[in-house]
Design a protein around this ligand. Structure first.
Ligand code: CAA
Length: 389
């Protein structure tokens, strides 16, 4: 029995900052951002959008298309949690009008959380093949203003319906994984912005890629040539090329010419270049981009996927694209959303950054901004109030 991603949908906030604007403000050559790290725009979430609304906005097209029956679990992966106790999945469960007979919980291991959730979802479906699991991943990536991480900020959410007989991607059972207790990127509870040792984190990403790949290869017996394309976790898109190079070096296979390198990784970078780092959602945003942009159909092709969560946890796994998958994508809807985003001035970006969601414990009402079908209307008596638009 095949198990995997039946439907997948990505959603980004309706605002962005062009990284050329940021470069000018910071006195940096814009090519450092656009070419050096491979980012063009960063998505910016306005005050009335948080991880709950971003995820519910991503998931609504899926539940409208597939129906709500048999969704027996919602797993919400995030490192931008809004509550120390209540799972963001519970808020989404109500907004999406899912059945009461449903388990809801939140998962965390930095950007790896969505992959952990996907694996747990597949295990549950293997036990109960009639059931479906909604996996949500949403994050708002924040670093200190003027820090090296600032140009890699971003925001967005992915929703995936996991089922038996999936219409988009069947997961292979084998995967390679690796963990090590390190401090490369973290966010203590008292901080809104992540702390990161940028160069060390990049080194560890690439080191653990090879550890996970070696384990995957040992488990599955597959080599590089068995994968038609690769999707990597994308803290910044340039890392996909560094990863491809590392993989070839580790496998003792010569790096292919530039054109072939582009074919292997570039389609998967198209959305992340425009949104920045979406942490837990990143890898699956890359998968969505590949499915939406590959010029020839990927039916029957095997993809290699690499998930990295700082702290750290890495997993390399694979899946086979299902025949006719193109009919089940939300490509046009997503393109329309991205094309209609509003560019912010530097001042507007900084104002939104500094406003955040107030932490003073007082009641607040948020003015409506552009965005998807759900919004955070305000906070009253320490409770977030969400509403459909
Ligand atoms: N034109 C073209 N390229 C230029 C350039 C110019 N004018 N100026 C610089 N560059 C290139 C550099 O040569 C460099 O390329 P290489 O890496 O290929 O050598 C690249 O631009 C970046 O330059 P620097 O290394 O000088 O950049 P930096 O020190 O300012 O920081 C960073 C880069 C460490 C990635 C930083 O953005 C950062 O800290 N980001 C956050 C942490 C992060 O993303 N870590 C990734 C792994 S951790 C992870 O994956 C989890 C997660 O999601 C956070």
């Amino acid at each position: 029995m095949n198990i995997g991603i039946d439907l997948i949908s990505f959603h980004a906030p309706a605002y962005y900052l062009d990284l050329r604007v940021l470069a000018e403000k910071r006195g940096v050559d814009p090519d450092k951002f656009v070419v050096g790290i491979g980012q063009e725009r960063m998505a910016v979430a306005p005050p009335d959008q948080d991880i709950v609304t971003l995820a519910a906005n991503a998931a609504l097209p899926i539940v409208e298309k597939a129906g709500r029956e048999n969704i027996e679990m919602v797993l919400f992966a995030t490192e931008s949690s809004i509550d120390q106790s209540k799972a963001a999945a519970c808020f989404c469960h109500r907004l999406l009008e899912l059945p009461a007979r449903c388990r809801c919980l939140e998962t965390k291991e930095a950007c790896y959380g969505a992959t952990a959730s996907l694996r747990m979802a597949a295990a549950m479906v293997a036990q109960r093949p009639q059931s479906k699991v909604l996996v949500l991943a949403a994050d708002i990536a924040r670093y200190d203003l003027s820090s090296p991480g600032e140009p890699t900020q971003g925001a967005g959410a992915v929703a995936m319906l996991v089922s038996a007989h999936p219409r988009v991607l069947a997961l292979d059972p084998h995967s390679g994984f690796y963990t090590e207790d390190i401090m490369d990127f973290w966010r203590p509870n008292y901080r809104e912005e992540a702390l990161v040792d940028g160069k060390y984190s990049t080194r560890m990403y690439l080191t653990t890629l090879i550890e996970a790949w070696n384990d995957y290869q040992a488990q599955s017996g597959r080599g590089l040539a068995d994968h038609a394309h690769y999707c990597f976790h994308l803290p910044f898109t340039k890392i996909a090329y560094k990863s491809l190079e590392r993989l070839h070096k580790a496998a003792g296979v010569p790096l292919p010419p530039k054109e072939e390198q582009h074919r292997l990784v570039d389609y998967a970078l198209r959305y992340n270049r425009l949104t920045g780092n979406t942490y837990a959602a990143c890898l699956y945003e890359a998968l969505t981009a590949l499915l939406d942009h590959a010029p020839t159909p990927l039916d029957g092709q095997r993809l290699g996927l690499f998930s990295y969560g700082s702290g750290c946890m890495a997993e390399f796994f694979s899946g086979v694209v299902q025949r006719g998958y193109r009919q089940h994508l939300f490509t046009e809807q997503l393109r329309a959303e991205l094309d209609s985003r509003v560019a912010l001035t530097y001042r507007q970006y900084e104002d939104i950054f500094n406003y955040g969601v107030p932490r003073d414990g007082a009641d607040h009402v948020f003015a409506p901004y552009r965005g998807g079908p759900f919004r955070l209307a305000g906070i009253k008596d320490h409770k977030r109030r969400y509403e459909p638009k």
